[in-house]
Design a protein. Structure first.
Length: 175
């Protein structure tokens, strides 16, 4: 049933919400289903109706069309607000982590960061040594090296930010 509603909602959304649905990220399917449910409720049509039939019924009744368009807009805006809030929470979390780092507990974070980088370099040195000595490098050693290099990347992301775009987005959200 939900796949049918999502398909119906996708067909209706092109007409009822042009330009809005395309801006939705993760919750698009849920929004399309809700739009379809509203349109079916307002028109009184069966859930297995196709988008063209529902759209014809809505276009025949301007008040019904306006009602569906208003409710569909409210649904889409609620989803956009939820997505925006999720982005704000993630930005606040990153800001809190950076503030904690700068607020006096930086020694611990610095020590942990240095340890992670040291261990990654130690793993890399062990692999290079084994390769130069002709010793077969066991699979788990490659896994450990990969994990340690990934951890080193996270350390650099923590200290310097993951990207310029991420920093700009954080600044924009904070105002």
């Amino acid at each position: 049933m939900s796949m049918l509603l999502a398909t119906l909602g996708a067909g209706l959304a092109k007409q009822i919400l042009p330009g809005i649905v395309g801006r939705l990220k993760g919750g698009k399917g849920k929004v399309l289903e809700q739009v379809a449910e509203v349109a079916l409720e307002v028109t009184g049509l069966a859930p297995d109706s196709d988008a063209d039939r529902v759209l014809e019924a809505l276009q025949a009744d301007p008040a019904a069309y306006a009602k569906v368009q208003q409710q569909a807009t409210d649904i889409a805006l609620a989803e956009i607000e939820a997505q925006t809030r999720a982005i704000e929470i993630a930005a606040e979390d990153r800001a809190d982590a950076r503030d904690m780092h700068q607020g006096g507990t930086g020694r611990t974070a610095g020590l942990l960061s240095a340890s992670a980088v040291f261990l990654a370099l130690l793993c890399l040195a062990a692999v290079v040594y084994m390769a130069l000595e002709g010793i077969e490098i066991p699979g788990p050693m490659w896994g450990m090296l990969t994990v340690m290099l990934g951890l080193t990347g996270q350390v650099f992301n923590f200290h310097f930010g993951s990207s310029a775009g991420s920093k700009n987005k954080d600044k924009m959200i904070r105002g």
